[in-house]
Design a binder for this molecule. Sequence first.
Ligand SMILES: [Zn+2]
Length: 160
Amino acid sequence: MEAGFKMFSYVQGWVDDLDGERSVDYEAALSARNEAYAPYSNFFMVGASLRMGNGRVFTGWNSETISYDGVHAEESARGRVDSASRLSGLKRVTIVGAPADESVCEPTAPCGACRQKLLELSCGADGVEVVMASVKGRVIIATLNDLLPFAFFPKDLLKK
Ligand SMILES: [Zn+2]
């Protein structure tokens, strides 16, 4: 056996620093957050936007039920992606989460299950950008591959 090493890098800054397409995607996720419904878990109100390779942007938000199940924002957005956009592959996901009173300024990261679901949209491409933000405050940008190392891909099902 020998030791392996995987490098993980990211950039960080402030939501006000986002510009161009990243700013557009942030605003889309921020707007989607207005539809979030999370009265039971006391977790954040979360909005997400998915920018696809064909340029289309799909949004979603978290939504709970009294039985403590629900849909995460990334999952909600993923369900709205049409087939043509899905074939073009995921380019960037932007997540904006904060409590209803917006008192927390730390970035919201995708959960493990959502990382796998987003990977399915990547069509195996490297470099899908994950922008993790809050309504105000810090933002962290990483790649999906870095957030889910040694991932399980559809091609792994074909291994014998
Ligand atoms: Zn999730």
